[in-house]
Design a protein around this ligand. Structure first.
Ligand SMILES: [Zn+2]
Length: 181
């Protein structure tokens, strides 16, 4: 089992990636942002989106971010809010074929990141689950959930100013060039 840990940084810290956090999965090297878009993989089935209770984003915010990607041709199953006692959210174990959205776990580097996303992949390029973590205070901010959903869909950070996949929040924007499916 593998995952990538691309991070979105606070503007003051620049576009530098941290090393992957320790976990029970095998870590891949985190790629640094490049000038051309690159993608680690794709989903073989439309992902479910699971919002943990007391998570960083509202249902409406999640739907807005999903719409951004739907307009680009990506498909999702209807998002769902997890029960208060959700096993997946309590344990951090993401169900199969799901993008789970929650507040930062213990491995999250507070003070350096706004959000982070891990993807788990089969056979190198087939994504079968992803976990997005966002600091609650930033949950409603522009572009952050859209950016992290981009990582969940397999896209890496790019250095293009104004692009949704720019890993530095202050240099990003809604530009989606190259992402259309
Ligand atoms: Zn990023």
């Amino acid at each position: 089992m593998k995952f990538l840990v691309p991070f979105l940084f606070l503007p003051t810290h620049g576009p530098v990636h941290k090393t992957p956090s320790p976990a029970d999965e095998v870590c891949l090297t985190v790629p640094t942002a490049t000038s051309t878009l690159s993608r680690v993989g794709d989903w073989h089935a439309d992902p479910k989106v699971l919002l943990c209770a007391h998570g960083p984003v509202t249902f409406a915010r999640a739907e807005r971010a999903i719409s951004y990607w739907k307009r680009l041709g990506y498909a999702f199953q209807t998002p769902r809010e997890a029960a208060q006692d959700s096993f997946a959210c309590a344990t951090g174990k993401v169900p199969y074929n799901t993008i789970m959205i929650d507040i930062p776990s213990q491995s999250f580097k507070m003070g350096k990141h706004i959000g982070s996303t891990r993807t788990w992949r089969n056979e190198g390029t087939q994504i079968f689950k992803a976990k997005i973590e966002i600091i609650p205070a930033w949950g409603d901010s522009e572009r952050i959930l859209e950016h992290e959903l981009g990582h969940a869909l397999g896209w890496n950070d790019v250095t293009h100013t104004g692009h949704i996949m720019n890993g530095t929040w202050s240099l990003g924007g809604y530009n989606s060039i190259g992402l259309k499916k």
